[in-house]
Design a protein around this ligand. Sequence first.
Ligand SMILES: C[S@@+](CC[C@H](N)C(=O)[O-])C[C@H]1O[C@@H](n2cnc3c(N)ncnc32)[C@H](O)[C@@H]1O
Length: 458
Amino acid sequence: MLAKKAVKKVLALQRALPFPEGRDQPAEETLNIPQRLSALLKQDLTFRGEKTSYASHNIHAFAAKFPPQIPRTFIQELTRPGEVVLDPMSGSGTTLIEAMFAGRHGVGVDLDPLACLMASVKSSPFDLSQCARAGEQVLRDAEKQMRPTDDERLLRFYSTQSIEFFRYWFTDKITDELFALVRAISRIEEIEVRAFLKVVFSSCIITKTGALTLARDLAHSRPHRDLTREVKQSALNVFREKLINAIESLHEISESPFPSLSLRADARNLPLATNSVQLILTSPPYAANAIDYMRAHKFSLIWFGYEPKALSSLRSRYIGSEIKPSTFEVKSETGNEIINQLKKIEEGRAAVVAHYYNEMTLSLLEMLRVLAPGRAAVLVVGSSVIKGIDIKAPTVLAEIAASVGFGLVDIARREIIRDARMMPISHNSARSGIEARMHEEGVIGLIKPQQGEADAHS
Ligand SMILES: C[S@@+](CC[C@H](N)C(=O)[O-])C[C@H]1O[C@@H](n2cnc3c(N)ncnc32)[C@H](O)[C@@H]1O
């Protein structure tokens, strides 16, 4: 039902655009996409020293988001005002916010419910005085309703598994406060304002330090319970602070005439028409679950009523999850060499990497389908070192993209400024985790050939 509604919204948005499919479009020469893309990839894309936390970008913590300067630069150079920019793995919504600022229509797709929620809130113009009033009402309501929450009370809203989760990861006092807050938010009638307040609520829990939880380093690595941890803060006070910050951060976008669209869908099966977007800009997940979004996001999602079991099964559908199918063949020569090397060390890891590349192949095929001919796709890709072997993700994904029909313009390298990219502090050993390669990533520039060029190559 929701998906159908979303597709309708996208189709309406595409119809409303200045250059929908099939209508007279200005000649592509006026933009000269290949030349511009090639020049952009030669630039320094590090953006050292530039501010990344302006406007709504920092409302909620999110691991491995890219600096906003990346989407901004490519959007401005490779699209015209009013065109559609797609991020098929949109995460916290960085591309959508920048599309909005540039006067383009941003469309974001992500499988993760919390990512979609924050991307949508961060890129929607709001009536901020209404948000402020609703936030104050939530705080008053929560204070009034607050009392020790026994399991019987929680059972009216949550399953036993969810309650076990709360009891394991939160102190009783914080459970009482979060329960009062989340119930008060659920009583807010206006859907968009409720979504905004849910993002504020979640931003109190998912922080770098995970201060309201008994977890260590929630936003950046695998949570471990730390019973020595003293949770001193009040969830209500944290909510108040985050509410004020969020309202201030949303000020800059409250007037935008270009709200973006955020869809919960799969990058391997996009709910978008063929040839309907003018630029794709994305940063896919790392291989082998190097950043496990669900592991942190469930700390909020379970409060919103998602079942722990349902979240685990959703997690297994994320690109990069550690599934080990029996196929080892991928659409890249470099990829096959790497997988054969890995197979000699540990077959299971080789299968996980092959799975990642094959899932990305499906997603690249979808990108090729929805992109308008002659237009660009830009992928910002980090590699991983698995069992001591660099899996060369930028090179392999570029080869796969070429094998499915994209024209490869170039692969640029950019240094990762750790603070700006919010990378995990550590998670595996330096030899077999993402740590060893995290100082650099690749920016792959691709073009969808015009119809005639594609026929000539096939
Ligand atoms: C590296 S993050 C993107 C970060 C984003 N560029 C930002 O600035 O916030 C990769 C995203 O891919 C999403 N993802 C994983 N599998 C997916 C799939 N099959 N379809 C759509 N999104 C997926 C993850 O949920 C995650 O949000």
